[in-house]
Design a protein around this ligand. Structure first.
Ligand SMILES: [Fe+2]
Length: 284
């Protein structure tokens, strides 16, 4: 495999000459994990994977983290419950996947649990002809590095609560009620500044803006601080944009980035198969 730079200078790399449908040797897997730690987002184009291929490859990155049941209480793919389907397509009156065609706001995946996922793998099977529905990633290392010194000092040691009540599409999860006071938000507590256990580099750790709260602060101060951090962290200088083609595989280092998605034409078809890799360490 070979690494080649992409447009963004702070995040992302394209991997070439790698066929994910073939068995991978130990060195290649180590190189992929290294690249994921260094570049945070890996773009691998031109793949042709069946679902067992996607699963076999994903297992090289760690233990799989199967999706929860869909609104119908069953996996989208009966034979492959470890795979999540991200799609707007409706067949026989029933969505074949999650998230629809709308925008997905900046977030990291599942930070409302104590040990959030290590990575996600997204494989594009069908992409709208106009190519819309781009995905964006922001490096939380770059965002932290560029903070003014007084702000770095201010957030040092602070902890936020990560709201568990809504999914990435903004839908209220079963068993949760609308949060009306952020001091009562339910979800995991994580430090605002994370230190990467491998490199020792510091990064912002924001998760999701909605219902986030810096514990112990007056609500207004917490809101102001979080707004400042979110505005800073999602500036284009820290981001990359991925324009999808069918056959693309994207892998992201979940705790180290934020990601978002553009909306696309609800009448076009977009189908992706996704796996998620379990985290192994708490955010610290
Ligand atoms: Fe996500």
């Amino acid at each position: 495999m070979e690494l080649s730079p992409i447009e963004s200078r702070v995040i992302g790399v394209e991997i070439q000459n790698l066929d994910l449908a073939k068995p991978l040797d130990r060195e290649t897997v180590a190189a992929i994990n290294d690249a994921l730690n260094r570049y945070l987002v890996l773009v691998i184009r031109g793949q042709r994977l069946c679902d067992p291929d996607l699963l076999a490859f994903s297992r090289h990155l760690g233990e799989l983290d199967p999706p929860g049941p869909n609104p119908y209480g069953e996996p989208f793919l009966k034979d492959f419950p470890e795979i999540n389907v991200i799609s707007n397509v409706v067949e026989q009156g029933r969505p074949i996947g999650n998230l629809g065609a709308g925008e997905a706001a900046w977030h990291a995946d599942m930070t409302y649990i104590d040990v959030p996922p290590k990575a996600a793998v997204l494989y594009a099977l069908e992409i709208p002809v106009d190519g819309a529905g781009d995905t964006y990633f922001a490096s939380m290392f770059a965002a932290y590095d560029a903070l003014p010194p007084d702000l770095k000092l201010e957030i040092d040691g602070k902890v936020t609560v990560h709201d568990a009540s809504r999914n990435s599409a903004g839908m209220l999860r079963r068993g949760y009620t609308e949060v009306t006071d952020v001091r009562e938000t339910r979800g995991a507590l994580h430090p605002l500044v994370r230190t990467d256990p491998r490199s020792g580099r510091k990064a912002l750790f924001l998760g999701r803006r909605h219902n986030s709260y810096v514990t112990g602060m007056p609500v207004e101060d917490s809101e102001n601080l979080l707004d400042r951090l979110w505005t800073h962290a999602t500036q284009s200088g820290f981001t990359m944009r991925h324009r999808w083609r069918a056959g693309d595989v994207l892998i992201w280092n979940n705790p180290a980035v934020l990601h978002r998605r553009d909306p696309f034409d609800a009448n076009s078809r977009r189908i992706m198969h996704r796996t998620q890799i379990k985290g192994v360490e708490r955010i610290a």
